[in-house]
Write a protein that binds this ligand. Structure first.
Ligand code: NAD
Length: 519
């Protein structure tokens, strides 16, 4: 973060114009239907993690700019909330078509600013696109309920009404998918929205936002502000914000949940993880090991659903050398290079944090089976690379087990029985995702019933639910009852109103005053 003044004034930013990666919106703010350059004196760099090229700059919006975005959303809500369902969903139909047609272009920007491989960047956007597709079903998703004759001549029914201005705060690791978890569903329900993307990689998110405007999202219905804690805290405390969707670390998500709740807002905080994969000896050996390697090291381990702990049960202990061999064979390179398996991590700070945790694991006495420190990638010598790293002999008190490393590091633990493995997973404070690898239906049924984790995969390494279900989480991975997308998010973004109604016939006889509650 630094101070600079060269971006003052619309269109004056040479960086966002010059960069071949940037969208025309660059890292502008979107306020009241217009992409505008921030007047802030504080800006951060957007850096390509493979090359260290500065590909853009992001403003830390002023509080006046945040307030202007919220005021615009508040004004727009007055008409948007009564806009017919068909008009709302037709904008989403257009939006999904535009995202589909621009997916490859946006994926290039995403890889350039985030580091993940190009096919993975396409997947990132595609998983968000599926939520936009689902938003097109709002006609049936937002229906209320009706019961006729709950008493003589009395009917009861529910209305699901939008709640007002909602805010979204997103992390760096899925700049395509996670913003698309939020604003399409919020606005298709009749709300207006203020989005605060990750300051580390906002360019691809802004390209999606541009497409939403092109699709016909009216002025003020979607706004974007950039920044960090100051901006987030304003969103959490502003009286006109009614609901906040947060995705990010447990530390920040807990802060957002507490601050937003104290200020009377609905908050859903989807947070950090330490995802275990439990491997029983009867599992399909090759499929399981392939799945573990893909889920542990894909996206350089920077997925909230990455497998970061492998628990080998019984004779599955013997599978460790094969796991190490497969991980060793992965190709580390810049994300845009064809055939890359593992790209760089997002920043020098992330690289230093991950490396320090690996050092701590060695110091604590875990056995370093595969060391990803100090990898050098020809042509990308300055890239933030950490290669696949595997520890065995890990105990639950080591920081490589207790902390979310959020890098390409897998720690291997052992258990004698399925019961022991379930107890181990349930003792970990995080509850985001878990996998079980087995060919036994009975073991799988017991596991899914007893495990206290939001997303459970049975021979599925990264069980992110499709958009007609909801993403969930338990314990340290989630605060708030309702998860993103699916049916739950329609509840989150709407207020249920229950109407009990009686209509009198002209010739009905009056029954007199009744001061008792009806029996
Ligand atoms: P982060 O918590 O650092 O940042 C998330 C957002 O909060 C960003 O927009 C950031 O600008 C803002 N922020 C950062 N510091 C803040 C502060 N002190 N006060 C207020 N706001 C602040 O997370 P990240 O590093 O961008 O993302 C990685 C984390 O996100 C990991 O922990 C990962 O597990 C988690 N994640 C969770 C899910 C899920 O669904 N559970 C999905 C993706 C990522």
């Amino acid at each position: 973060l630094r101070r600079r003044t060269c971006c003052r004034g619309a269109g004056a930013c040479r960086f966002s114009r010059a960069s071949r990666w940037s969208a025309s919106a660059g890292s502008s703010l979107l306020i009241d239907g217009a992409f505008v350059e921030s007047q802030s004196a504080e800006w951060g760099d957007i850096v390509n993690p493979a090359t260290q090229e500065t590909i853009g700059h992001v403003p830390y919006a002023t509080l006046d700019e945040v307030d202007a975005a919220i005021a615009s959303a508040q004004r727009a809500f007055q008409t948007w909330k009564t806009t017919p369902i068909g008009a709302r969903l037709r904008i989403m139909l257009k939006f999904q078509d535009l995202v589909r047609r621009n997916l490859e272009r946006i994926a290039h920007t995403l890889t350039a600013e985030q580091g993940k491989t190009l096919p993975d960047a396409q997947g990132d956007i595609f998983r968000g696109l599926e939520v936009v597709e689902h938003a097109c079903s709002i006609g049936t998703l937002q229906q209320g309920e009706f019961a006729e004759n709950v008493a003589g001549g009395v009917d009861t029914y529910t209305l699901r009404q939008p709640i007002g201005v909602c805010a979204g705060i997103t992390p760096f690791n899925f700049p395509g998918m996670i913003p698309l978890w939020m604003f399409p569903m919020a606005i298709v329900c009749g709300n207006t929205f203020v989005l605060k993307p990750s300051e580390q990689d906002p360019l691809s998110t802004m390209q999606l936002v541009e497409l939403a405007i092109e699709a016909g999202v009216p002025k003020g219905v979607l706004n974007v502000v950039h920044g960090g804690k100051t901006v987030v805290d304003r969103l959490c405390t502003h009286p006109d914000i009614k609901a906040i969707s947060f995705v990010g670390s447990t530390r920040v998500g807990t802060h957002v949940y507490n601050l937003g709740s104290q200020h009377g807002k609905r908050v859903q905080s989807m947070m950090g993880a330490k995802n275990h994969a439990v491997v029983l000896p009867d599992a399909h050996r090759e499929q399981s090991i392939n799945a573990l390697v893909g889920a542990g090291f894909g996206a350089a381990g920077q997925r909230c659903m990455a497998t970061s702990v492998v628990v080998l049960v019984g004779q599955a202990r013997d599978w460790l050398p094969e796991l190490v061999e497969k991980a060793k064979a992965l190709k580390i390179n810049a994300g845009h290079e064809p055939g890359t398996d593992v790209g760089p991590v997002v920043s020098k700070a992330a690289q230093a944090r991950i490396t320090a945790l690996i050092d701590a694991g060695v110091k604590a006495g875990a056995k370093l089976e595969l060391d990803g420190r100090n990898v050098k990638v020809p042509g990308y010598e300055h890239g933030n690379f950490v290669g696949p790293t595997i520890f065995s002999g890990v105990t639950t008190d080591m920081s490589i087990y207790t902390e979310e490393i959020f890098g390409p590091v897998v720690v291997v633990l052992e258990a004698d029985t399925l019961d022991e493995a379930i107890a181990l997973v349930n003792r970990n404070p995080m509850g985001n995702g878990v996998g079980l690898f087995t060919q036994s239906g009975a073991a799988a049924r017991k596991f899914q019933s007893e495990i206290d984790i939001g997303q459970v995969g049975i021979n599925i390494p990264i069980p992110v639910p499709v958009p007609y279900f909801s993403f969930t989480g338990s314990r340290g991975s989630k605060l708030g009852d309702l998860g993103p997308y699916g049916k739950q998010v329609v509840q989150f973004y709407t207020q249920t109103k229950t109407v009990t109604a009686r209509w009198f016939d002209d010739d009905a006889t009056a029954g007199g005053v009744n001061t008792t509650i009806a029996l």
